[in-house]
Design a protein around this ligand. Structure first.
Ligand SMILES: Nc1ncnc2c1ncn2[C@@H]1O[C@H](COP(=O)(O)OP(=O)(O)OP(=O)(O)O)[C@@H](O)[C@H]1O
Ligand SMILES: [Mg+2]
Length: 503
């Protein structure tokens, strides 16, 4: 069988970093080929070469048996190669419909017909999104759907999904998998990059694992187990994904919110988090979890209700107020809010602390800062040339680690983590769980928002289920299960005990 794509001995360097070292990779028609590897392994870079976005230092791209040289992404697109990027790349000020048909815009097409066609495409994907909405105002998950609709508006031979489900909830990920199976049945070649290994085993026909810019191997999914793949990726097995809950001492109430109301997404929300406690906020995407976090953090205005921090009433009017009072937030959308891309890692990771401390001894602090950040980077397995490298030069997962480092470095009492492990590899995930646990062991109150239910169950003492802006109920380890969490957040129904308890 002729491969649709064959990448031969591809190498690529950035300055001194050899991101790709003679990598080979191929995709057959009608297959889903997963590309796996730790953060910084070189997955996105390899796909940028395939998409004509990056010229390799060495090597050859062969499409349908013919060697090709791409001058830019348009050359690749002309051959039916489409990349759905890891970092969302919509034009935030244009509408959904305008984004989908960006290439055709200056023509004679009417806006009404664009919207109609956009609506048809999105309907076919099984989502409801108003084509007239400004793209930047959509939830990240829906922005992702628009990206996919945009890709499907063209003729495609090969499509690359670079961590498509990192921002999607479980049901939406399932819808996406339906779409992918449909494409596969039509003979499209699909490259699928994800750090959610269960999901990869569900959808992929073959898998290629990369490590440090090289391929470790290509295997058929039916021939391997998850543990084999983890060993290929990380170089060692991971014994325990989640830390032991036992060692934490649950103390005084740190954060208490009562009858919070803000817009449509925060309705009469009340809960509290104690020192040493890790509380989860679960539910569907769009259930109001991020909005609750933003109100507590002073990023969105509070309409009514009270926020109490260590017994003192707090009215944060801005994130600055919240940080000064001792609240930290690791935001969901790291590109928009979490990091300053052109600043070095060192500055990004210490920003939260700097804003509350007058940096009078700049130069002394700087030595300490460098040591702190280097240590933290090491424990998170941050892959970068130095702490002075700009964050924009890091791989997606490594950028996420910088956002986390920023708050692990800060000294607040309450830490809110919104999707903390999005896009992070399995090895680093277990490190992040250990660090979150450590924050709680040190007496901080931790609130975790996550769409990965197993992550909530593995990490939290209890999980609040949100639906339509309200807290619908609470799960404890005895009742932890996907069914209970989804059931509660959708209908607020009764709970059933789980089988044997959660790890
Ligand atoms: N424009 C760039 N300048 C400098 N270094 C870069 C650039 N792009 C990528 N790199 C480096 O190349 C290496 C591979 O990065 P890449 O983004 O391909 O990783 P990845 O496998 O996609 O990781 P992730 O799972 O985190 O997305 C990293 O060390 C990264 O820092
Ligand atoms: Mg990547």
């Amino acid at each position: 069988m002729t491969e649709l794509v064959k990448l031969k001995s591809i190498s690529k360097s950035f300055g001194g970093i050899h991101a790709l070292k003679s990598v080979g990779f191929d995709v057959r028609p009608g297959e889903v080929h997963a590309l796996l590897g730790e953060n910084g392994a070189g997955k996105s870079t390899l796909m940028r070469v395939l998409g004509g976005e990056m010229v390799p230092s060495h090597g050859e791209v062969v499409i349908d048996g013919k060697p090709v040289v791409f001058r830019d992404p348009r050359d690749a697109r002309a051959l039916g190669i489409v990349i759905i990027h890891q970092e969302l790349a919509l034009a935030p000020d244009l509408t959904v419909a305008e984004n989908i048909f960006l290439g055709e815009l200056p023509g004679v097409i009417s806006h009404a017909s664009l919207r109609k066609r956009a609506k048809d495409l999105i309907d076919r994907l099984g989502f409801k999104i108003d084509p007239g909405r400004i793209a930047g105002t959509l939830a990240v998950a829906h922005q992702q759907v628009v990206e996919i609709a945009k890709a499907l508006s063209r003729d495609i031979k090969i499509i690359v999904f670079d961590e498509p489900t990192a921002v999607l909830a479980a049901q939406d990920a399932m819808k996406l998998h339906e779409i992918i199976r449909g494409l596969r049945d039509r003979g499209v070649g699909i490259v699928y990059i994800s750090h959610r290994l269960e999901e990869v085993f569900d959808i992929a026909d073959r898998m290629t694992v990369m490590k440090d810019g090289q391929t470790v191997g290509t295997v058929a999914t039916s021939d391997v187990k998850i543990d084999d793949i983890i060993r290929m990726m990380v170089g060692r097995p991971i014994s325990a994904m989640f830390p032991e809950r036992g060692k934490r001492v649950i103390g005084q109430e740190m954060l208490k919110v009562e009858h919070l109301n803000a817009g449509r997404m925060v309705r009469d929300v009340s809960f509290s988090v104690r020192s040493g406690e890790i509380v989860g906020l679960g539910g569907l995407i769009g259930s109001g979890r991020t909005e609750v976090a933003r109100v507590i953090f002073g990023a969105d205005p509070l309409e009514s209700g009270t926020i109490t921090l260590k017994g003192k009433m707090l009215k944060p009017r801005s994130p600055k107020d919240a940080v000064e009072a001792g609240i930290g937030l690791v935001p969901e959308d790291r590109k928009q809010q979490g990091v300053i891309l052109d600043k070095p890692i060192r500055v990004n990771s210490t920003m939260a602390k700097m804003s509350s401390v007058v940096n009078a001894f700049g130069f002394l602090k700087r030595t300490q800062e460098r040591a702190d950040v280097t240590a933290l980077g090491k424990s998170l397995r941050l892959k970068a040339s130095s702490v002075d490298a700009p964050v924009s030069s890091l791989s997606g997962g490594n950028q996420q680690k910088v956002v986390l480092a920023k708050w692990f470095h800060a000294d607040g009492d309450v830490i809110i983590l919104d999707e903390p492990t999005r896009g992070v590899d399995v090895g680093a995930k277990s490190e992040i769980y250990a660090l979150v646990n450590k924050l709680a062991e040190d007496g901080k109150a931790v609130l975790v928002i996550s769409s990965e239910h197993q992550e909530l169950f593995g990490l939290c003492d209890r999980v609040l289920a949100m639906g339509r802006g309200r807290i619908r109920g609470e799960l404890t380890p005895e009742t932890y299960s996907e069914e209970n969490l989804l059931g509660l957040s959708m209908t607020g129904g009764a709970l059933t005990a789980n089988q044997g308890g959660q790890a």
